[in-house]
Design a protein around this ligand. Structure first.
Ligand SMILES: Nc1ncnc2c1ncn2[C@@H]1O[C@H](COP(=O)(O)OP(=O)(O)OP(=O)(O)O)[C@@H](O)[C@H]1O
Ligand SMILES: [Mg+2]
Length: 295
């Protein structure tokens, strides 16, 4: 078996919660909790959050896979400084086995990289849909958490990858353009995917408390204009803020993982806190499978 598909060797630190699947008998393949990390506007920090949250959850003892679901403009490989021999592109074209495309990233989690040349897959054809579903169904039982690092916006590929997730984590910055685009994305998730709630992390926050205030403002707009199919307003749940921190850019420039290189910097501490919150609120297993837990 490919090393990246074997259980993560990291021992959870003392006091860390057990993996979400720990109570499931070993004979039953436990399905991962699938979390889509998405945004309305591009460049707000989805890939940064996906990679560093994966490292933080791995430290807490979870088996984590990050799937580069941004098929057209994948760049998780760049951020992690990985040069995969086999990518999702090779799997989609039948040139390689899925097992060989899953590799270990610095930080101990597994990744499935889209690689370059996926541009033709940035349109949602029945083939892309089937390949995607096959990848998720094959890999989900082998992990506790699958993070989907999606593209930005509301294209059909983005919405399809988000539809595979139990939970949606919207990344937004405090900029008005990011917030209006986040609103548009949330509205589509309520109407098209019948979601009752989404969660939000505010990245590049200027001051502590900014994220909660912004989430509250956005909730007020949702209360007025976005009703779910149960007749209740769409709920926006604030899960944390990550401050604007020059160390993030430094880590990206050096192609290193912030959580490994500068674990004590403000942004890394915020990601560790986010992992704590994600673990306590988003990792409860759902018996119905992907996309079902939308209340
Ligand atoms: N908390 C932060 N503080 C400072 N800079 C940040 C922070 N988060 C992200 N950045 C900067 O924003 C850049 C874009 O981040 P990232 O690539 O994660 O965004 P993205 O949402 O994945 O973009 P895309 O929509 O293109 O996929 C990073 O390279 C980094 O320089
Ligand atoms: Mg990205």
């Amino acid at each position: 078996m490919n090393d990246a598909l074997s259980p993560n060797p990291t021992t959870p630190p003392a006091g860390a919660a057990a993996p979400a699947s720990a109570s499931v008998p070993s004979t039953t393949p436990a399905n991962a909790r699938i979390i889509a990390i998405t945004s309305g506007k591009g460049g707000v920090g989805k890939t940064f959050v996906s990679a560093n949250l994966a490292a933080a959850l791995t430290r807490r003892g979870h088996r984590v896979l990050v799937l580069d679901a941004d098929l057209g403009l994948a760049n998780l490989d760049v951020v992690l400084n990985l040069h995969p021999k086999v990518t999702l592109h090779d799997v989609f074209t039948g040139k390689a086995q899925l097992e060989d495309a899953v590799i270990k990233a610095p930080g101990g989690f597994s990744v499935l990289l889209a690689g370059s040349g996926m541009v033709e897959y940035s349109r949602l054809t029945p083939e892309v849909r089937n390949e995607f579903l096959n990848v998720i169904h094959t890999l989900a039982p082998r992990f506790d958490v699958v993070l989907l690092d999606t593209g930005a916006g509301i294209s059909d590929v983005v919405l399809f990858s988000v539809s595979l997730a139990h939970e949606v984590l919207i990344v937004a910055t405090p900029e008005p353009t990011s917030l209006t685009d986040a609103y548009a994305a949330i509205k589509v998730l309520a109407t098209q995917q019948k979601r009752q709630h989404v969660r939000m992390v505010v990245n590049q926050a200027a001051r502590p408390g900014d994220g909660r205030a912004i989430t509250g403002q956005l909730q007020q707009v949702l209360d007025r204009f976005v009703t779910t199919d149960t007749g209740r307003p769409m709920r926006l749940i604030h899960v944390g803020d990550i401050p604007a921190d020059t160390s993030v850019r430094d880590a990206v420039m050096r192609r290193q993982l912030l959580m490994l290189q500068m674990p004590g910097c403000p942004a890394a501490l915020a990601v560790a806190q986010l992992a704590n919150k994600v673990e306590s609120t988003m990792l409860t297993p759902s018996p119905e499978g992907p996309g079902a837990n939308r209340s």
